[in-house]
Write a protein that binds this ligand. Structure first.
Ligand code: NAP
Ligand code: ZN
Length: 351
């Protein structure tokens, strides 16, 4: 298959810095859209993959699954997109389209395995897929999203992962007006969780380990801030939450958070994709509580979220960086020091 060489940024090993690399993109097939990448968000998952935290990384890793760009070419059978359209690509670029999950628009749970935007299996060129820390990407049209033109395109990039990953559980567990919702961890995902829960009319409590983020949490839409290290404060909120969205990115103790849930309420984990510390069964049994998990969201739901953001003028709060500063940005995300998502200006890669 014919291919084109483009510039990208990636890591050649789990302990290596990211550096400029040359990668191949396939030429546009009839069902494909070619996107010139304008902006790409920096997700904590990018760091987990580069560092091989989940043990499944393939090198070089070219991360990036919060992609915003303009269509520069559409294949002959593409019907939804044309040159010049503002579009997005999230964490998936393909799935079987035939299993029950795919038919229900839940491609992220494809029973034959969805193809990740990076580190997935590249059926076309062989090897693995490369993400959005690059000049351009070629994606089948089913996995391309329309981005409302009225919202800031830079701030829209993180919607493609941080946005949908928090939107999907809020919708699936039917968070509604008046519910008391706790968002645990004020990072990229958490700040979108706060914005969405507030927009859905919930009473939002930011649950954070960082007291200095309190003011920001309120600006983002939280009605209250709960410092999780403060036992007295945690006690005061015991058994009072209708829903908890847990974005903590590493192994941690769930028990103090479980104790915050009302009878029959659910805590959804989206962050720690790894073995957890021991959970106390009594905390579940005594109040019929549930712990659940959720991964990103399907394509129809991602479009729904983007349209909602268009109507309500919601985007992420971001810090723009040049591609060349990515290693410093990784360090800062690891230290929970980002307000609240880095977005790469991909023009910098063209220099
Ligand atoms: P992030 O920007 O680093 O935010 C995580 C936040 O969690 C931090 O800002 C910090 O907030 C809090 N935190 C960090 N370490 C903690 C600890 N040991 N105990 C308690 N709180 C801690 O990360 P992100 O990009 O939002 O991603 C969060 C996680 O979700 C990552 O693991 C990522 O891989 C995963 N993820 C999952 C999905 C999915 O589909 N399920 C999608 C995208 C990302 P405070 O300072 O407020 O405490
Ligand atoms: Zn992500």
């Amino acid at each position: 298959m014919s291919q084109v060489e483009i510039k990208a940024y990636g890591a050649k090993a789990n302990d290596a810095d990211l550096e400029q690399l040359a990668i191949q993109r396939r030429e546009v097939l009839p069902n494909d859209v070619k996107i010139d990448i304008l902006y790409c968000g920096v997700c904590h998952s990018d760091i987990h993959q580069v560092r091989n935290d989940w043990g499944n990384s393939k090198y070089p890793v070219v991360p990036g699954h919060e992609i915003i760009g303009r269509v520069v070419e559409a294949g002959d059978s593409v019907s939804k997109f044309k040159e010049g359209d503002l579009v997005g690509v999230g964490c998936m670029v393909d799935s079987c389209q035939e299993c029950d999950s795919c038919k229900e628009g839940l491609e992220q749970y494809c029973e034959n395995g969805m193809v990740g935007t990076y580190n997935g299996k590249d059926e076309h060129l062989g090897g693995h897929t490369f993400g959005g820390y690059s000049e351009s990407v070629v994606v089948r049209e089913e996995f391309v999203l329309k981005v409302p033109e009225n919202i800031d395109a830079k701030g829209a990039a993180p919607l493609l992962c941080a946005g949908i990953t928090t939107w999907s559980p809020l919708r699936h567990w039917k968070v509604k007006e008046g519910d008391k919702v706790g968002v645990i961890g004020l990072g990229g995902l958490g700040h979108m969780g706060v914005k969405f829960a507030a927009a859905l009319g919930a009473k939002v409590v930011m649950i954070t380990t960082s007291p200095d983020k309190s003011e920001d949490a309120k600006k983002l839409g939280a009605h209250e801030v709960l410092i999780s290290k403060d036992k007295e404060q945690m006690k005061a909120h015991a058994a009072s939450f209708d829903f908890l969205l847990n974005t903590v990115p590493v192994k941690h103790d769930l028990n103090p958070y479980l104790n915050l849930l009302k009878r029959d309420a659910t805590m959804v984990l989206v962050g720690a994709i790894e073995p957890l510390e021991e959970m106390h069964g009594g905390l579940l049994i005594g109040k019929r509580r549930t712990v659940a998990g959720s991964v990103i969201g399907g394509i129809p739901e991602t479009q729904e979220m983007l349209d909602f953001c268009g109507e309500h003028n919601i985007v992420s709060d971001i810090e723009m960086i040049d591609m060349q500063n990515i290693n410093k940005a990784f360090e800062r995300v690891t230290k929970s020091d980002v307000k609240y998502r880095f977005v790469i200006d991909m023009k910098s890669l063209k220099n």
